[in-house]
Design a protein around this ligand. Structure first.
Ligand code: R5P
Length: 263
């Protein structure tokens, strides 16, 4: 593998554990000021020391993250839609040159398998992979789910495999029953999105189960930044991802940190 590409991948999936805790704060690119991200800098800054990478758009990176932050950046490059219209009609919203200028360690692109924009999202992913190969930039494919798609192993397995076939270096998908089948059918590392805010124990258990069934980590957003103690939450998630803690042990850590005042 190209040295630059391998180096960037190692800045995402930590070599010490073979795992990663990615913090996703890119929701505004189609949702606007998402709950918990109204003031991105205030939300992001305390979480940075605990995130292996930060996934976000160039606009929020430039305005809300200090360049002195040592946290590697995964740049969201697909976009062009809003919650008011058909979400699957995304296009490429940020070019590879910009990703390089911003010192990104990967670019993130959504695919909409089964959606109206399926073909374009898949071909744009393939184009991005071609460019990524040219410049040593890993591509993370996000298996976005349309309103009418089931989040089951059959659908997520299909979408994840297609992403890998098109050359994605990492796939981000959802946890589901029979998740090990999704992992078994996908020859590149998988991370899971957290989805809508759950009770803390449920979110921690989801992270735990994902790892147990073969994910290399999480790329979580709302279950961390919408929690009333986000720092305690990301540290609890780190405990299951990097430190082999059980969900119960991680919940105990969350409660302890929260009681100590960790926000
Ligand atoms: C969705 O397309 C975005 O990439 C989000 O960053 C992603 O869904 C992860 O965030 P959450 O854990 O809130 O689902």
């Amino acid at each position: 593998m190209d040295w630059g590409l391998a180096n960037r991948l190692n800045l995402i999936i930590r070599p010490e554990t073979g795992r990663t805790v990615m913090l996703a704060v890119d929701h505004g690119y189609f949702q606007g000021p998402t709950t918990g991200l109204e003031n991105p800098r205030a939300t992001i800054t305390p979480l940075l020391p605990y995130a292996d990478t930060l996934m976000l758009t160039r606009g929020i990176l430039r305005t809300s993250v200090d360049p002195s932050s040592g946290t590697p950046v995964v740049l969201r490059v697909s976009g062009g839609t809003s919650v008011l219209k058909e979400l699957s009609n995304e296009g490429l919203a940020t070019c590879m040159e910009e990703a390089l200028r911003l010192n990104a360690v990967a670019v993130a692109h959504s695919i909409f398998v089964g959606g109206e924009g399926e073909r374009e999202s898949l071909l744009n992913l393939a184009k991005l992979v071609d460019e990524g190969q040219r410049y040593g930039m890993p591509v993370l494919a996000v298996t976005a789910v349309g309103r009418e798609m089931a989040r089951d192993a059959r659908y997520l397995g299909l979408a994840s495999r297609i992403a890998a076939e098109l050359g994605a270096n990492i796939v981000k998908t959802y946890y589901c029953d029979d998740f090990e089948k999704v992992v078994a059918g996908c020859p590149v590392p998988i991370v899971i999105a957290g989805g809508k805010k759950l009770a803390e124990y449920e979110a921690i258990k989801m992270a735990y189960n994902s790892i147990k069934h073969g994910a290399v980590g999480v790329d979580m957003g709302r279950n961390i930044f919408q929690c009333d103690a986000p720092v305690a939450m990301i540290r609890a998630v780190r405990a299951v991802v990097h430190e082999k803690k059980t969900a119960g042990q991680a919940l105990a850590l969350f409660e302890k940190l929260k009681n100590e005042g960790a926000k």
